[in-house]
Design a protein around this ligand. Structure first.
Ligand SMILES: [Fe+2]
Ligand SMILES: [Fe+2]
Length: 149
């Protein structure tokens, strides 16, 4: 079996974060009027429903990427035996993954035809905030642990 160095693992984590941020643009692209129009009142009949279908598809796809990324990080914790050196930090990191995935799934379930536009805006802001907070408080520590610190 090929042994992949920890530094490369840390680099792969960064690469995945860049991909996740890039994928947020797919969500923004679902509604071209997002910056111009704050809500769905000017949309024609049936448009918000079609919008929800598109948003749901894009979000389910994005959620799958998030979950896959979380699994990857958690597999690194296991592979490098990090629970043995920093159990509490790994536990809090896994908990935060679970909370992000749950919150994300709840947002998808709550999409509503009269408010889908503001919901998309709020969602993008929330995902950006989640990523920023999670990366600075948990993923950074994971990379330190992978580097032996
Ligand atoms: Fe993470
Ligand atoms: Fe991450």
């Amino acid at each position: 079996m090929t042994v992949i160095p920890a530094e490369l693992m840390a680099e792969l984590i960064d690469e995945e974060h860049r991909l996740l941020l890039h994928k947020l643009a797919d969500v923004e692209a679902v509604c071209p009027e997002l910056d111009v129009q704050g809500d769905c009142t000017a949309c024609t009949v049936g448009e918000p429903e079609a919008c929800i279908d598109r948003v749901t598809d894009v979000l389910l796809d994005l959620l799958a990427y998030f979950v896959e990324h979380f699994r990857y990080e958690e597999s690194l914790m296991k592979q490098f035996g990090l629970d043995a050196v920093a159990k509490e930090s790994c536990d809090r990191h896994r908990e935060d993954h679970g909370q992000i995935a749950e919150g994300f799934a709840r947002i998808i379930a709550d999409l509503n035809p009269t408010t889908v536009r503001p919901q998309i805006s709020n969602l993008i802001a929330l995902l950006r905030r989640w990523l920023d907070n999670h990366i600075s408080s948990h993923d950074l520590r994971l990379k330190e642990l992978l580097a032996g610190g």
